[in-house]
Design a protein around this ligand. Structure first.
Ligand SMILES: [Zn+2]
Length: 572
């Protein structure tokens, strides 16, 4: 038994995420966590909401709520939806937790002890009407390069030129529209990432098992232009982790908070502490996952994220950890994803284009979405959700292949032998061939799951379902029964055992259906098969079962057309 620490990139607090967000980190992370648990390993699976920063403040203001209240409410909403998708987090934390406050302040103090924090006085735009400093992207004005009138202070989206807010002509607050702006001096803490460049470089060079896509992104940031830049870790905001030096004041930094990019990844650690605190565990219980001096030296740490998050997890967060000089666990493997597009375009949160997580669950159960999303995960390139493809995939893979097998076997048995595993007959060459085929597939399937090859794993699982169907089709128990009932009994005995095995192997992808199948087989034996042959003897002759309800229903053409129209844009 090994130990796996698994984290999913933490979703931002404002609003409900769409299916593209789900398949970009949380869902494949859940697949891997479930698989590793099924293999008997010890797993700690962590996610959280990312709650600080200006977008949360603005969303709260728009909702007419205090920001803390807004975040608490949205966290509950996101947690409920995650539960609906059966995301099996050991803990779904909050970056605004007391634990994350303390840990973020602790890391800042350690970094400062090690000479990696610098105080920088800079000029920033202050809005008198809004009573606050404005982050770069909340200042709008005319682009000096192309004349576009709604350029943002960090970049002109029309000509893509990188800008400083002071470059803008006629600058105004994007929050209030006020032009009553002035440049004020303010002091901020900077993390001297440049001082950690060599250390990071050496560390990344050692990651020979990482995909080139991942290491090349990191290398580009390390070496292009001036190389890795020092970066501000504080902000003039009210909402966030107050800037303190561990548990002491930080003179000159009163009223400031840590920048959200700094505190968010520390929440992976803090959320594990939240888990310990919420479950009556000790500090040692969470530290053995994170401190290599306190038990984490044999932990394998895997992170799941979208490709846009890679620089951050290969450089910024490791810089914080390495710079602390303390023996915190660094990531061992990063599994990153491309983007999922929606029906000929992109998902759009602002335009309400595409299917959002709450809407998805309101029209079909989680397993339908889990299966489609995972079997079409955007791994080697971007992939696209279309309703046609979704309909075909659900109807064929889930209803025709898996569902139909279960239905035919259980109903035939009930009508000819009753609701118990039939006795009699012998296994012959057809069964030996099936077992050999499934044994080969099982090894393939395990290999893909071990390597986090999500689509390949889905395709092998489908092949395992297909093998059962093809066996049943050629063994023809319904025809054989007329002349040789014993032989038909042997075929059905094996097939009922196959249903239990399908439940075990399919659980990481479709956990609810797996539960239904195990319940129908009146079995609580969900142990991963050592080998196929012995796994197919788990249910002996005479063992009772029930015929389950329809496992997966088909999506009709009318439903497909209705949903296509309903999710085309502008969320109501
Ligand atoms: Zn421009």
């Amino acid at each position: 038994m090994a130990r796996y620490l698994i984290t999913s990139a933490i979703p931002y607090i404002n609003g409900i995420k769409h299916l593209g967000n789900l398949v970009g980190s949380q869902l494949p992370a859940d697949l891997y966590a479930r698989y590793m648990r099924a293999r008997g390993h010890e797993v700690m699976f962590i996610c959280a909401t990312d709650e600080h920063g200006t977008p949360a403040e603005l969303a709260a203001a728009k909702a007419g709520q205090p920001v803390a209240e807004y975040c608490a409410e949205m966290h509950t909403v996101q947690a409920r939806i995650a539960d609906g998708f059966r995301l099996s987090f050991d803990h779904f934390g909050r970056s605004s937790s007391a634990q994350n406050h303390a840990l973020t302040q602790h890391f800042a103090a350690k970094l400062d002890d090690n000479g990696l924090i610098e105080e920088v006085t800079e000029k920033q735009i202050y809005s008198r009407a809004d009573g606050r400093f404005l982050p770069d992207r909340y200042i709008e004005g005319t682009c000096p390069n192309c004349g576009y009138e709604r350029a943002r202070g960090d970049q002109c989206e029309n000509c893509t030129k990188q800008l400083d807010p002071t470059d803008l002509i006629n600058p105004r607050s994007a929050i209030s529209g006020s032009t009553d702006l002035e440049v004020r001096e303010t002091k901020h803490l900077y993390l001297r990432q440049s001082a950690l460049r060599e250390k990071l470089d050496t560390w990344i060079d050692a990651k020979t098992d990482w995909p080139v896509l991942t290491t090349s992104i990191a290398k580009k940031w390390l070496h292009d232009g001036d190389g890795l830049r020092d970066r501000g870790i504080t902000r003039d905001l009210d909402w966030g982790v107050p800037v303190r030096r561990g548990d002491k004041d930080w003179p000159g930094m009163e009223g400031k908070v840590f920048y959200v990019w700094f505190d968010a990844p520390i929440e992976y650690i803090a959320a594990t502490q939240e888990w310990a605190d919420a479950n009556g565990k000790t500090d040692a219980d969470w530290q053995r996952w994170w401190r290599t001096d306190l038990g984490a030296q044999d932990v394998t740490y895997v992170q799941f994220m979208g490709k846009d998050n890679v620089p951050f997890h290969t450089l910024s967060f490791p810089a914080t950890i390495m710079g602390s000089g303390e023996p915190w666990k660094l990531v061992d493997y990063i599994k990153s994803f491309n983007f999922l597009n929606y029906d000929g375009g992109q998902f759009s949160t602002s335009q309400g284009r595409g299917v959002f997580m709450d809407q998805a669950l309101s029209i079909l159960p989680a397993d339908y979405w889990r299966w489609w999303l995972l079997s079409h995960a955007p791994e080697s390139s971007d992939s696209e959700f279309t309703w046609e493809n979704f309909q075909v995939s659900v109807n064929k893979d889930l209803a025709d292949v898996l569902g139909n097998f279960v239905s035919r076997v259980t109903k035939f048995c009930r009508s000819k032998f009753g609701e118990k595993v039939p006795n009699g007959g012998e296994y012959g060459p057809a069964e030996a061939a099936l077992i050999a085929r499934l044994q080969t597939s099982l090894i393939q399937y395990e290999g893909h799951m071990d390597r986090m090859e999500v689509r390949k794993a889905a395709s092998e699982l489908r092949a395992i379902w297909v093998a059962g169907n093809e066996y049943l089709q050629s063994a023809e128990p319904w025809a054989v029964f007329k002349t040789d009932p014993g032989r038909a009994a042997a075929i059905i005995r094996l097939s009922l055992n196959l249903i239990r095995l399908y439940a075990v192997l399919s659980e990481p992808f479709i956990p609810d259906a797996a539960r239904t199948l195990l319940d129908a087989m009146h079995s609580d034996d969900d142990s991963w098969p050592e080998d196929i042959k012995s796994a197919l003897t788990a249910l002996p002759a005479g063992h009772e079962f029930s015929v389950p309800d329809v496992l997966f229903r088909k999506i009709t053409d009318q439903e497909r057309l209705d949903w296509q129209a309903r999710f085309a844009g502008v969320r109501g």
